[in-house]
Design a protein around this ligand. Sequence first.
Ligand code: AP5
Length: 241
Amino acid sequence: MAGLEDVPSMDLMNELLRRMKCSTKPDKRLILIGPPGSGKGTQSPIIKDEYCLCHLATGDMLRAAVAAKTPLGLKAKEVMDKGELVSDDLVVGIIDEALKKPSCQKGFILDGFPRTVTQAQKLDEMLEKRGVKVDKVLNFAIDDAILEDRITGRWIHPSSGRTYHTKFAPPKAPGVDDFTGEPLIQRKDDTAAVLKSRLEAFHKQTEPVIDYYTKKSIVANLHAEKPPKDVTVEVQKVLSS
Ligand code: AP5
């Protein structure tokens, strides 16, 4: 609570209005699953704002640990640079901890987790202990051939996580964030060569996760090759039904 008097009134007012709006929204526990570049990170902030959920992206969390050179980050770096998956225990621990955040009270969006059947089983155990379960799995279905263009053209504003694309979502001025004017960066694993390993990992280790949830009848298949706005409309239809 310290220092609330230093927070501008307009910010406090906006936060109050946001919380009032959130109190009318239904709780939702969602998983976004799809290959690299399928649009999970693009759609997540929209869903997060609409339903007042927390957005837990294991890739972002791991990159933050790498940047901070924590013991976890040092372990993960080499594996991530090669486009392989880091160990199940490591990411399960991260998610278990993150789910305790107050911002996850109304539910969550898991983006990039679970990525193996073991992770899915561990998630079920975690949620069972909390007396809740996953409501919906959004499957960002898309042909591999489309993804190289999306991945190699992606530019990111590191501090906000805002994503741009040279062709599909260009910033107003090349190489700089629209809102802060700060420089954009490219991810180290966003190359055509590393994408090959990432796709291999997806088909071999993550596709079985889609089957895992299909058996529970909670998967909604999206046409992720459509333009971003059309994908948003599909997502909204699924979530409001
Ligand atoms: P992670 O960060 O999760 O990467 P990813 O799954 O490969 O997903 P991306 O972030 O690349 O794609 P996205 O679907 O979010 O695409 P975006 O919306 O940005 O993981 C990175 C690494 O961390 C892994 O390789 C692994 O090593 C490790 N890791 C993470 N989680 C793990 C786990 N659970 N277990 C083990 N290891 C783990 O879109 C891409 C681009 O396309 C953008 O430029 C965007 O503007 C554009 N775009 C988006 N949608 C559209 C559209 N509809 N039309 C046209 N362009 C579009």
